[in-house]
Design a protein around this ligand. Structure first.
Ligand code: NAP
Length: 265
């Protein structure tokens, strides 16, 4: 495919790229997949629910996106061989890979470390930490073939996650920061940029499982953070170089009125 003209490059900064969105039918994954497609990328949608992947595929096609691809995979059960197959399929079917965004996350709800079921501990640590690493590891040879490639791990507020009851979600997100630091150092002389991407609170199923008493209308939709994530994938001379990049919301999402009467004297 010919390189996009400069004017198109401004509108479609990901025009010549293939981006793998992991957890593509989640709250943030879906809006990010749509934003990457609007930015011109070929998007590979990875998730564990085929009907939801199909629905998103149809929505992207209806939006006029470049033909997306679907890759059903459950990160809880996937093995290193499965990730090797993913990488070879991407190479065969797409011919390249320019970026991975890890949006999948396992979080069953708040629980003390002492009382959380051991299965939840193992699954949380695996899906949030080990699986993203195994997937990235398998895809690194493909990413290294590009002049500029990007791996983004969605992280969560470490200060918040240092308090009680965040369980394996909290521990795995802390460990992810260590993975990001070490991997960045090891890839410092490679074309692969590695970042932790930190959004603010987003109105998604995951947030609802922790903050069940809050008014969801007061929390921004995940759409607010998609553009910042696309620009992190795009890179370029002005791109942030920090290990953790706080995603700036595109627009303030004004809290929805609560419908309470206003009293005045
Ligand atoms: N929401 C927030 O306020 C917030 C704040 C800071 C950081 N983050 C981070 O942002 C990222 C996206 O979170 P979100 O809020 O969009 O959460 P979400 O709506 O719950 O989406 C998470 C996605 O991960 C998928 N997933 C879970 N286990 C999986 C597995 N074994 N295999 C494949 N996919 C699996 C879920 O699939 P199912 O739909 O099948 O369950 C879902 O699609 C996460 O890394 C989260 O830690 C979120």
């Amino acid at each position: 495919m010919p390189a996009p003209a400069p004017a198109d490059k401004a509108k479609q900064p990901l025009a010549d790229r293939t981006i793998l969105v992991v957890g593509a039918h989640g709250g943030f994954g879906e809006v990010l997949a749509r934003a990457c497609a609007r930015a011109g990328a070929q998007v590979v949608l990875l998730g564990r629910r085929i009907p939801r992947l199909n629905k998103l595929y149809d929505a992207l096609e209806a939006d006029g996106a470049r033909e997306p691809a679907i890759y059903p995979l459950d990160l809880a059960g996937a093995t290193p061989d499965d990730y090797a197959t993913l990488a070879s399929t991407l190479e065969r079917e797409c011919g390249r890979l320019d970026g991975i965004v890890h949006c999948a996350a396992e979080f069953k709800g708040l629980a003390s470390l002492e009382n959380m079921p051991l299965d939840d501990w193992f699954t949380g640590m695996h899906v949030n930490l080990t699986a993203p690493w195994l997937l990235t590891r398998a895809c690194l040879p493909l990413l290294r073939q590009r002049e500029d490639a990007s791996v983004l791990f969605l992280i969560d507020d470490p200060e918040q996650l240092s308090s009680a009851f965040w369980g394996s979600y909290g521990v795995s997100k802390h460990a992810l920061l260590g993975l990001i630091a070490i991997l960045r150092d090891e890839l410092a002389n490679s074309p692969v940029r590695v970042h932790g991407a930190l959004p603010g609170p987003m109105r998604t199923a995951l947030r609802g499982r922790a903050y069940f008493a809050e008014d969801p209308g007061s929390i921004p939709l995940p759409d607010a953070y998609a553009k910042a994530c696309v620009s992190l994938l795009t890179g370029g001379p002005d791109a942030p170089t920090d290990a953790v990049v706080k995603l700036q919301p595109e627009r303030a999402n004004p809290p929805r009125p609560l419908g309470l009467s206003t009293f005045s004297n």
